[in-house]
Design a protein. Structure first.
Length: 254
């Protein structure tokens, strides 16, 4: 299984065995992180593995996930650092799935203050992971997701690769499965919007959620040899939409 295939079968895993990971596996995980390109340049990040097999890191909170290991991503606090963090961490989650391990994002980790910073970097996102009790994959049809019809407005008939890109984006995990993304689809560009929430609390994870969704788009682009640029178009940024907020546009060059 590669990252592309993992997109369609991954699921959040909340029950783990307490099995130890081999030093080789730990090394592979950190090496994989080194090889991922950031979504935006110029934001320094660092990944740490917390071994929680003795339960010393209390990251439980209200919706916490108890796991033998946590991946903790630290980042410089710059514009769109959270989006970049979601983008990087989701690729780690897909990678873990390709290696037969389960994972789950932890929205509000209650990590002691001393672990919340590393030098000039702040903890941005936590991923619980380890060997799943049961399976770490499922059939695509079992995922609870909005249909493309619900998420997209098509301005032109989409080609096959455009459908694949959108389908992968649709499968992205999001906090409380909120799936805040909406797409306006042209022949070779997608304008991406965030649905405005009625409850502001839900909106606080959106930057992270969008980073996660963009990682799915970029993994597919890589698989299909498409060139995709994610850019913010001024002419759309300046418009006001009643129910949606403009995020970015994906410009495709097949
Ligand atoms: C940013 C973010 C935060 C999340 N926080 C939690 C959490 O604190 N606890 C939890 O059990 N699941 C958490 N999840 C997992 C989502 O609930 C899950 O991805 C979503 O319901 C879709 O299910 P699936 O991942 O199995 O497809 C989080 C997911 C994201 C993307």
């Amino acid at each position: 299984m590669n990252l592309f295939e993992a997109i369609f079968v991954r699921k959040s895993v909340r029950n783990y065995t307490n099995d130890a990971l081999s030093p080789q596996m730990m090394g592979d995980i950190l090496k994989e992180f080194e090889e991922i390109k950031s979504l935006f340049g110029g934001i320094e990040t660092e990944l740490a593995i917390f071994d929680n097999r003795k339960g010393q890191y209390k990251m439980l909170g209200m919706m916490g996930v108890k796991a033998p290991y946590y991946l903790v991503l630290y980042s410089e606090e710059k514009d769109r650092a959270l989006m970049n963090a979601g983008y990087l961490m989701e690729q780690m989650s897909l990678y873990l799935c390709t290696r037969g391990m389960g994972s789950c994002f932890v929205g509000s980790p209650l990590l002691k203050k001393k672990y919340q910073r590393r030098d000039n970097k702040k903890m941005m996102v936590v991923l619980a992971f380890g060997k799943a009790k049961g399976s770490c994959i499922r059939k695509q049809i079992e995922a609870k997701r909005h249909s493309l019809g619900e998420l997209c407005v098509y301005k032109e008939t989409p080609r096959q690769w455009m459908k694949q890109l959108l389908d992968a984006a649709r499968m992205a995990p999001s906090s409380m499965n909120s799936q805040p993304w909406r797409f306006v689809v042209f022949d070779s560009r997608i304008h991406i919007f965030s649905k405005k929430h009625t409850n502001d609390r839900l909106g606080r994870w959106d930057e992270l959620n969008f980073g996660i969704m963009f990682s799915h788009m970029m993994v597919v682009a890589d698989e299909l040899w498409l060139d995709v640029d994610l850019i913010r178009l001024d002419e759309i940024s300046q418009k006001n939409f009643p129910n949606n907020k403009y995020v970015l546009s994906a410009i495709l060059r097949p």
